[in-house]
Design a protein around this ligand. Sequence first.
Ligand code: ADP
Ligand code: ZN
Length: 818
Amino acid sequence: MPREVSVAVPIPALDLLSYDVPTELPFPEVGARVLVPLGTRVVTGCVVGRAAVSAVTTLKPLLDVLDTEPMLPADVVDLALWVGEYYACGAGEAVAAAMPPRAWVASERQAQITDAGLQARGGRRGASRQLVLEVLADGTARAVAQLARLVAARRGQPAHAARGLHALLAAMARDGLVTLAQPLKGTASAFKTIRVARITAHGLELVERETSLGPRQREALEVLRGTPLGVRVPELTRRGISSDTVRRLAEMGGLTVSREVIERDPWPTETLESTGTESAADRVLTAHQQTVVDALQEPARQGEFSVALLHGVTGSGKTEIYRRLAGAAVAAGRQALILVPEIALTPAVAATFRQAFGSRVAVQHSGLSSGARHDQWYRVRRGEVDVVVGTRSAVFVPLPAVGLIVVDEEHDASYKQEESPRYHGRDVAIMRAKRSGALVVLGSATPSLESYRHATSGHYRLFTLPERVKCRPLPSVRIVDMREELAAEGVDVVLSRDLTEAIDARLKRGEQALVLLNRRGFATAVFCRQCGRSLECPNCSVSLTFHRAAGQARCHYCGYARARPTSCPECAGRYLEQVGFGTERVEAEIVARWPAARVARLDRDTVRRRGAAARLLGRFGSGAIDILVGTQMVAKGHDFPRVTLVGVVSADVGLGVADYRAAERTFQLLTQVAGRAGRGAVPGEAIVQTLHPDHYSIRHACSQAYAPFYAEEIQFRRAMRYPPEVSLVSAVVRGTHYRQTMQEAAELVAAVQRRPSRFRVLGPASAPIGRLRGQYRVQLFLKGPHRREMREALLAALDGRTELRRRVVVDVDPVWML
Ligand code: ADP
Ligand code: ZN
C-alpha cells in the first residue's frame, strides 16, 4: 500500500509538503527527519503526519529517512504545529524552533561508478549512460549537480539543471553500474568526540618485557597501564607524549585508540559564584511560601492542567517555591521546566536547581555554544534529565512527561520572539501544559495585565506573597523631580544631588549600588547648531546614537555605524552638539566623580561575547564591583544581597514611546529595579529621577503597589479597547517605495474588511519606525474578540499573493508596536 508523509521544512511561510515514501525506505515516524526534494534543492524536513493510502500517489518520493527513532517527540511536534497556526507563521518555522541545533543537514546525492560500471564502459547501450560512465571513470564520487555540469561540458552544452540526470542515474543504479549515496554535508553527527587510548594485552607484555621501547613509548605505556579505562589523547599530549608516539604504539599493537562522545560542558564555573551563601536544603519556608507549596504540591504531582499566578513582591522567595514544586513533580516521576526571561539569569537559577537535583539538570538557551546546547538537548531527549532551566525556546525541549512548567518573571517582554515564529514563550508554555497535563506557575512581582486579569477572573489561581523573606522591608523609594533639579543645577545634570549623596554614602559604607538608565550609548543624538538637523541613519528613520569609546555614531536598529563627523554632513556647519545621554555617559560621570570606585557597565555594548553578561554579574555578585550601571538588563530577577541602593537616572525613557504598553512597562521596570535593593540584611533604598513625578506608572512604582496600578491601567485599556480587553493582530507591510507600500497596505485593509466580521481594522499608517533597514513600513491592526477570525481574514487576504506575503510581517498578540 502506498505510504505518504506530510513534512515541515524550515522555510518561511511554507505550508506542509506531502511526499511518497518509496518501498525501499522505512516508513518514518512523526518527529523523524527526512530528506526531501524541494525544487532543485534537497532539504531536511520533519515528518508531522503519516498515512497509508489506497490510491497510487503522484507525489514526489522522499529521498531518505534520517532518523529511525523520532527526533522530536510527537507531543512537541503537535505543539509546534499549534504555534505555526496560532502565530500564522506556517509549520516549517515553528518546527524548526523546536529542533536542536545542527539538526538541519544539507545533503546532496552522489554517484560513484561500480566494477560492473567500469566494465560496461565503451558498450553500446545509450549515449548518455556512456557519457556518465566516462565522467565517473576515475572512481571519484560526484554530486549530481556537479556530474550534470561535467556531462554537459563533455557534450559541449551549457550546464543546466540536473533534472533528467536523476532518473538516468536511478536506472543505472538499478542495473548495478553506479551506486548512489546521500552523504550528509558537514558532520553527520554533531556530537563531539575525543580520542581515547587504551593499553592492549600486547602492550602490557611490551612494558613488562624489557623490549626495545623508546623512553617516550615506555612512558606512554606506563601511564596507560595505570589507567585501564583509557587516557584521552590530549591528556597524553599534555604530558609530553606526542601523537606520533601514540600512533607508533598503535601500529605496534601496544594500544588502541577509539573515539568517545564527550559532553560539552555548559557550566562555566565562574558564573556559579553569584548564588546564595547559605544552604537551601534545610531552609524553613515562610508561612506565605508554605501556603503556596501546600496548595500546589498536589497539582504538581498529579499531572492535571492548571495555571497558578504567583504574585510575589521582589525578594519574597519565589525561586524556593519553584524548587519545592519541582521536587514534587520529580518525585511523582515527572519533570519540571523552568523558564526565565534572560540568558543572564540562567546560571543562578540553574545553580539553585543543581543543588537540589544534581546532574539531572540541563540548561537550554541561545547563549550556549551550539555544541553544548546540542549535547544538553540530547541528554533531555535520552531521558537523563529531570529539570530543564532555559529561556523562551526551551519551551519546546523534549521532556517526556512535564509535570510542572514555571514561567519566572512572566511579564517580561523577552518571552516574545521578535522574529518568525513570533511566539510568546509564556503562552506556548500554557498550551504545552494543557496538552501534556501539567501545572503552570507564572511568577512575577509585576504580573502582566493579561495574566492578572485571568487570575482575578478565576481562570488562574492567584497566590500572593506580600512580604519579603526574613521580614526584610521593601526598599523605600524616593522621587527626585528633575524639573527642579535642572532649574537649580543646569540643564546638563545626569546625577541629581540626592543620588550623588546616596552613592557617596554606599561607597563609604562598602555597599553596592545599581544605576539604571534604559538607553545605551553616550549621547542619544548629534545635531547641528547651524541647520538644526541631527545625524540620521541612512537606512532607518531614527537618529544615530553617539558612542564615545568607539568614536562612532550608530544606529541601534540596523547596526549602521559611521565615525562622528567634525562638521555637519548637511550644511557643513562646524558646531555639532550632543543631546540626551545613555549608559555610557552615566558610567563616565560616575567614574569621573568617584575615580577610586570600581565601576562597570552592563548593556548590549559591553556584553556582546558569549557568557560575558553572566561573568559580569558574577563579578558584581562576588563584590568585585561597587557600582554597576546598565540598561534593563540590571533590573531583572537578580539577587545581590549587598546592593542597598538603586538609582534610576531617568524613569521617563519608556514613557514617550508610541505604545499602549508604555505605562505598564515603566511600572514594571521601576518596580523590578527598585526590588534589587535591600535583599540582604541592610535595608535598601531606591532613588528615581523623573520629569513626570505625577505620572501614575511612576507614582505606583514608587509605592510598589501593584493592585492600584492594575486598577488604573486596566481601566485605560477598557476605555481604549486595548489588550487584554480585546485581542490584537498586527501586520506590517514592508517595501522599497513608500507610496506603493502604503497602497498595498490600503488594499490589504480593504480586502480584510470585505468579509463580515466582528473585528475592527486600524490603519494603514506609517509605523512608528517608518523606515527600517532601507524598507518602508506601513502598519495595520486588527482588533477584536477572536484571534482566529482576524488571523484567517488576514491570511485569506494574502492568499495567492506570494510576493506580497513575503513582505508582510504578521504578528499575533504583538508585544512591541514599533
Ligand atoms: P524572588 O524571586 O521572589 O525575588 P528569591 O527567590 O530570589 O526572591 O529569594 C530572595 C532571597 O531569599 C534569596 O536569597 C533566597 O535564597 C532567600 N530565601 C528564599 N526563601 C527563603 C526562606 N524561606 N528562608 C530564608 N531565605 C529564603
Ligand atoms: Zn539603521
